[in-house]
Ligand binder design. Structure first.
Ligand SMILES: O=C(O)c1ccccc1NCC(=O)[C@H](O)[C@H](O)COP(=O)(O)O
Length: 216
C-alpha cells in the first residue's frame, strides 16, 4: 500500500502509523503536493526504516534526479511522465535504485505499452490517464479507469493499481483486479494537497482486509 503526495510531518506520521508500505513525495512544482528538497529531506528522515520512500518525478533531467536523490535519498524512484523505456533504463542505472514506471490506462491497446518497460522498470504502476486540459496534472487527479480492462493483462505481470482509489472502493478494486499493491493520493485528502489522517487509516485498513481475503 502506497500513500502518495505526503507533504507534512503529521500526515506522514499517520501513514507510517497506519502501516503504509510505501510513502510518496512529489517533486512537481505545479502540484499542490510538491515538496521542496529541504522538506523532502526532512520527511525522508522521518520515514527512514519505517516504509519505502518514493520520490516521484515527471520527465526529469539528470540534474533534477541527482538533486532529488542527494536530498531525499529515496528507496525507489517513480517516473510519472512520458519517459521512454530507454530513459527508464538509463535512470535506473544512473541512480542504482529500483524504478517504478507509471503508465496511463484508458483502453485495451494501452496494455500493449507495458511490454517494452518490462526489462527496464522494476515495478509498473497503472493509473488513469489525466484529463486532456492544459491545467491537468500528470497524476493525482482522483480518476479511476475501467478496471475490467485489466482482464486482458498477462497474469504474470505484476503491477500496482492506482487512479481514483479511496477507502470506499479499494476493496472492490483489489477483488476485481487481483492486484498485489495499491496506491492512493487524492482519495485520502480533505482538499487538494491536504491528506486526511482518518482517511489514510481507513484506506489502509480496507486494503489490508481485502488483500487478506484475496489470499484465502
Ligand atoms: O499527485 C500529484 O500531484 C502528481 C503530480 C504529478 C505527477 C503525478 C502525481 N501523482 C501520481 C501518483 O502516484 C498518484 O498517487 C496517482 O496518480 C493516483 O492519484 P489519485 O487518483 O489522486 O489517487
Amino acid at each position: 500500500m502506497k500513500i502518495c503526495g505526503l507533504s507534512t510531518p503529521e500526515t506522514l506520521d499517520a501513514a507510517l502509523s497506519a502501516g503504509a508500505d510505501m510513502v510518496g513525495f512529489v517533486r512537481f512544482p505545479k502540484s499542490p503536493r510538491h515538496v521542496s528538497l529541504n522538506l523532502g529531506h526532512r520527511l525522508s528522515l522521518q520515514a527512514k526504516g519505517r516504509a519505502q520512500r518514493v520520490v516521484l518525478l515527471v520527465n526529469p533531467g539528470d540534474e533534477d534526479i541527482a538533486q532529488a536523490v542527494e536530498a531525499i535519498n529515496p528507496d525507489l524512484i517513480q517516473l510519472h511522465g512520458s519517459e521512454t523505456p530507454e530513459r527508464v533504463a538509463e535512470i535506473r542505472s544512473m541512480v542504482k535504485r529500483p524504478v517504478m514506471k507509471a503508465l496511463g490506462v484508458a483502453e485495451p491497446s494501452d496494455l500493449q505499452a507495458l511490454t517494452p518497460y518490462a526489462g527496464g522498470a522494476d515495478h509498473l504502476l497503472l493509473d488513469a490517464k489525466p484529463p486532456r486540459t492544459a491545467a491537468a496534472l500528470p497524476g493525482g487527479n482522483g480518476i479511476s479507469f475501467d478496471w475490467g480492462l485489466l482482464k486482458g493483462l498477462d497474469p504474470k505481470v505484476s503491477f500496482m493499481l492506482s487512479g481514483g482509489l479511496n477507502p470506499e472502493n479499494v476493496a472492490e478494486a483489489i477483488r476485481l483486479t487481483k492486484t498485489q499493491a495499491v496506491d492512493v493520493s487524492s482519495g485520502v485528502e480533505s482538499r487538494p494537497g491536504l491528506k486526511d489522517p482518518a482517511r489514510i487509516e481507513a484506506f489502509i485498513r480496507a486494503a489490508r482486509s481485502a488483500f487478506a481475503a484475496a489470499h484465502h
